[in-house]
Write a protein that binds this ligand. Structure first.
Ligand code: ZN
Length: 151
């Protein structure tokens, strides 16, 4: 078994978002909405994509977007548009499992994040617990599977 460089571990982290619910023209929520991630109270994914920026503007200053809207683009009619509720800041905690890392060969460390994990240096394959797998040309000989079914 190769040397373990790092054991896997769970990291708990907090996600902070500002969230808006979409409101239809008749005033009822349509179930949709938008969430923008924050970091230290600022928008985290800045600059936003064009579509994200339009959504954010329509949430916070809908009138401004009415003027900025490209009227030649009729993919979404402004008549059929929506307004948004006042944004609410919400916090969530979530967990991420950092995968185990093993030392495969002198220049190759392998992160065991997948069912099959390949060393970028020598090409050796490991399963998710770090056991060396048989060379690929032998895969399937015992189980009758074709190697392409193993991914
Ligand atoms: Zn290797």
């Amino acid at each position: 078994m190769p040397r373990v460089v790092r054991e896997s571990y769970w990291e708990t982290y907090t996600i902070e978002t500002v969230e808006f619910d979409r409101i239809q023209k008749d005033g009822s929520p349509d179930g949709g909405g938008f969430a923008f991630h924050l970091k230290d109270g600022e928008l985290k994914d800045w600059p936003l994509s064009d579509a994200g920026l339009v959504n954010l503007l329509r949430c916070v200053v809908p009138d401004a977007v009415a003027y900025a809207w490209d009227w030649n683009d009729d993919s979404e009619s402004f008549e059929q548009g929506w307004t948004a509720t006042k944004g609410k800041i919400k916090k969530y905690t979530d967990q991420y499992k950092w995968p185990k890392i093993i030392q495969c060969c002198e220049n190759g460390q392998v992160e065991l994040e997948n069912f099959t994990n390949t060393c970028g240096s020598c090409g050796a394959d490991y399963n998710s617990s770090g056991q060396l797998l048989a060379p690929r040309h032998m895969w399937g000989e015992e189980t009758g599977e074709h190697w392409s079914e193993i991914y």
